[in-house]
Design a protein around this ligand. Structure first.
Ligand SMILES: *[C@@H]1O[C@H](CO)[C@@H](O)[C@H](O)[C@H]1NC(C)=O
Length: 206
């Protein structure tokens, strides 16, 4: 009986470990290369935090708004079907960090790694309240929005000024997934304690 309990406990640990391990990144689908420099800057993008304002990961909220630049001719957004908004490392937070390098070819770009939202394009303007995710690292950020056509290809963009970035104070010290693992194991140890307590008591009462 006790041995079976141990086996069950061990298999539970294995299952928990599996849940905690990071998942491999989804494979990128092959698409035509889109160059940022070739896209018209047709969207006007604004965010609520002021330059240098510090938001805390997991807590701070960024209101992002976008609209078609009024200088664009009527119908310039006829092909816009969706808007994809991303959080981008500001130049100061990319310096000497190859893994955050900005690339003109969009699918190679590593400066805009974090998804803020993707939603259907509503003629004129859009707005989204983004809570800074817990895994956003400490850095300066700006926001870029892409207009996508029916095939999901970027056809225009807009961004807040990279030089007027706001800051995120990341969850420091222990990585977020480690905290989750610690929580799971604490809960597990309490459950295991209760389990063996009951098993031992039953033995005694026999
Ligand atoms: C709108 O576009 C014009 C012309 O490209 C540009 O000069 C202007 O700065 C843009 N407006 C905003 C708010 O980005």
């Amino acid at each position: 009986m006790a041995r079976r309990g141990v086996t069950t406990a061990l298999s539970l640990v294995v299952v928990f470990l599996g849940v905690c391990l990071p998942r491999p990144a989804a494979a990128k689908t092959a698409t035509a290369q889109v160059h940022l420099s070739a896209l018209p800057r047709a969207l006007v993008v604004a965010v609520s935090p002021k330059q240098g304002e510090v938001l805390h990961a997991g807590d701070g909220v960024v209101t992002v708004t976008w609209s078609l630049n009024t200088t664009e001719p009527a119908g310039a957004d006829a092909a816009f079907k969706a808007v994809r908004v991303k959080l981008c490392y500001a130049p100061a937070s990319r310096k000497d960090r190859g893994w955050r390098k900005a690339e003109d070819v969009l699918h190679k770009d590593k400066a805009c790694q974090f998804k803020v939202t993707e939603q259907p394009y509503a003629a004129g303007a859009g707005r989204f309240e983004y809570r800074v995710q817990r895994d956003i690292p400490t850095a300066s950020y700006f926001v870029r929005a892409f207009a996508l056509d029916a095939s999901g290809t970027e056809v225009a963009y807009g961004q807040t000024s990279p030089d007027a970035a706001f800051d995120v104070a990341g969850i420091t010290g222990i990585h977020a997934s480690l905290k989750v693992a610690a929580g799971v194991f604490s809960a597990f140890s309490v459950a295991a304690l209760a389990f063996f307590f009951v098993v031992e008591n039953r033995k005694k009462n026999k």
